[in-house]
Ligand binder design. Structure first.
Ligand code: ADP
Ligand code: MG
Length: 280
């Protein structure tokens, strides 16, 4: 007899420990055609936590991000999102969960033929919200990334940094309960990268949205760990007295495995030879 199709039974199977976490990976492995990309990967993301995922190019960072919101399925292990097991969840149920997440893709991934307004608002349009509400919320989201004036423009007329900010506006427009950023500063110059880091920190500190952020730029990662968003000044400033944001913690991937999971302080103090070289 064929086994029953997997349904949204996650609550039944979810261990209590997973239910108050935003994301849980339990011994997750995945391969494509070659050797395993991720092997026995386990970690959690708690409420209001920002986890920065580091690792060399091609190690599987984007794959891990796509597993976290069900865009890819693992070969083995279990994945929980918002306390529900998504490992084998039906696409329809998964879509509902994924709508509560916001994703900033590595290449911004905007629709070239749509205006900034329609790019940022498309998720709300899909949900059949009234035009006026879509317009109002697009303006708010663009305000957040300080791009109000680009409302009617096409992506082609924007710089790479502006396109990345539009992608962030699109990711946050529906007040996501979890944000995924894939190399949000990739390919950008240092000044523009600063603006993007500031937006990520602003989102973290103003809305306390839990996040998983991939970066290959250590400087960006440490900026996020050592700065906070000052609402009065309207900008990102360094935390006083060398403080480190306790909600921002690190994961490091190496050869398919998580070789570090912990605080900024612990990462900097690590004696692991690979980490020492990676951080040097
Ligand atoms: N959909 C896919 N099909 C086949 N191979 C893939 C797919 N996605 C990623 N890979 C492979 O998995 C490995 C990790 O890729 P990726 O997660 O993009 O690395 P990065 O850490 O640079 O983000 C690479 O070898 C890549 O070629
Ligand atoms: Mg990648």
């Amino acid at each position: 007899m064929a086994p029953p199709l997997p349904t949204n039974q996650a609550q039944v199977n979810t261990p209590i420990s997973a239910s108050d976490q935003v994301v849980v990976f339990e011994s997750v492995s995945i391969r494509f055609n070659g050797p395993p990309v991720l092997q026995d990967v386990s970690f959690q993301i708690g409420p209001a936590e920002t986890r920065i995922l580091l690792g060399p190019a091609g190690v599987g960072k984007s794959v891990l991000l796509k597993l976290a919101n069900g865009l890819l399925r693992p070969d083995s292990g279990r994945i929980f999102l918002f306390g529900q097991e998504i490992t084998h969840m039906h696409e329809e149920a998964l879509l509902q969960l994924r709508m509560r997440t916001g994703m900033v893709f590595q290449e911004s991934a905007l629709f070239d033929s749509l205006t900034v307004r329609d790019n940022v608002g498309y998720q709300l349009v899909e949900r059949n919200l009234p035009e006026e509400e879509v317009s109002r919320r697009v303006r708010e989201a663009l305000q957040f990334v300080e791009l109000g004036h680009t409302y009617d423009l096409l992506p082609a007329s924007l710089s790479g940094g502006m396109r990345r900010r539009v992608a962030i506006a699109r990711a946050i427009i529906d007040q996501p309960a979890f944000l995924l950023y894939d190399s949000p500063t990739g390919g950008l110059d240092p000044v523009t990268s600063h603006t993007i880091n500031e937006l990520v920190v602003k989102e973290r500190d103003v809305y306390a949205t839990p996040a998983l952020l991939v970066t290959h730029r250590l400087q960006d990662a440490f900026t996020m760990a050592t700065h906070h968003y000052d609402s009065e000044q309207g900008k990102m400033v360094q935390l006083p007295d060398g403080q480190i944001d306790p909600k921002t913690t690190f994961l490091v991937l190496h050869e398919g495995r998580i070789i570090f999971d912990g605080s900024t302080e612990a990462l900097l103090a690590s004696e692991d030879p690979f980490l020492k070289e990676f951080l040097a």
